[in-house]
Design a protein around this ligand. Structure first.
Ligand SMILES: C[S@@+](CC[C@H](N)C(=O)[O-])C[C@H]1O[C@@H](n2cnc3c(N)ncnc32)[C@H](O)[C@@H]1O
Length: 200
């Protein structure tokens, strides 16, 4: 597989947009998820660990899943994540993990997977009954957030109602949306939602 994020991984953590977005999303997750010392969580599309790093001190273990090695190498190089974080470079849509989690989080990764319903189904399969899911991504946008022709971008944001319906179909309840952040750019303002839900 081509490592789409190889170049981006180099300076990912120093990008102002990325830093602000992940800080806001991580803070919204900490506020809305019942995190505790006995929990094991998965960060889907964990990248360099900007979200993982904000949750790891509150839980027993974080499994950071990503398909692009360059991003996970950055995550693994962070000494503060050693001990509580396990990196898995694996496409869990093709090869699920042999583990269920108390909570699954994902920030700005869902638009990289073409079939959203299948992704949610697989994430739900990885959740224990009563487990929590927290998904952050852009609200539906006009297609200008990513550069034209950006590889691996299958969705220009998500419609909250359509996503809620899809989550409900996959056995999730207590579905709530908040606006976790607004990316302000010269070409417009892009709200970022955090959707939380519980597996029945
Ligand atoms: C925009 S980055 C976000 C990274 C991190 N969550 C953050 O907020 O900084 C998207 C991440 O999703 C990962 N990704 C893309 N497709 C994926 C897939 N099918 N399975 C797991 N991770 C994937 C990419 O490698 C990348 O690290």
């Amino acid at each position: 597989m081509t490592d789409l994020f190889k170049e981006k991984a180099r300076d990912w953590d120093t990008r102002e947009l990325v830093r602000q977005l992940s800080a806001a999303v991580g803070s919204a997750m900490r506020e809305r998820l019942p995190l505790s010392e006995d929990m094991t969580i998965m960060d889907f599309g964990a990248g360099t660990g900007l979200i993982t790093g904000q949750l790891a001190d509150r839980v027993r273990q974080v499994v950071a899943v990503d398909t692009f090695p360059a991003m996970l190498e950055k995550l693994q190089a962070k000494p503060e994540l050693h001990g509580r974080v396990t990196a898995r470079c694996q496409d869990i849509l093709a090869q699920p993990l042999d583990q269920q989690f108390d909570c699954i989080v994902s920030a700005m990764a869902m638009h990289h997977v073409q079939d959203t319903e299948r992704l949610i189904r697989i994430l739900v399969d990885h959740l224990k009954p009563g487990g929590h899911l927290a998904l952050a991504n852009l609200d539906t946008e006009d297609g200008h957030f990513h550069p034209e022709g950006a590889q691996g971008v299958y969705h220009h944001g998500f419609d909250r109602d359509a996503l809620a319906a899809l989550m409900e179909r996959q056995g999730l309840a207590e579905i709530r949306f908040v606006t976790a952040h607004r990316v302000e750019r010269e070409n417009g303002v892009y709200p970022v939602f955090l959707a939380t839900a519980v597996k029945l």
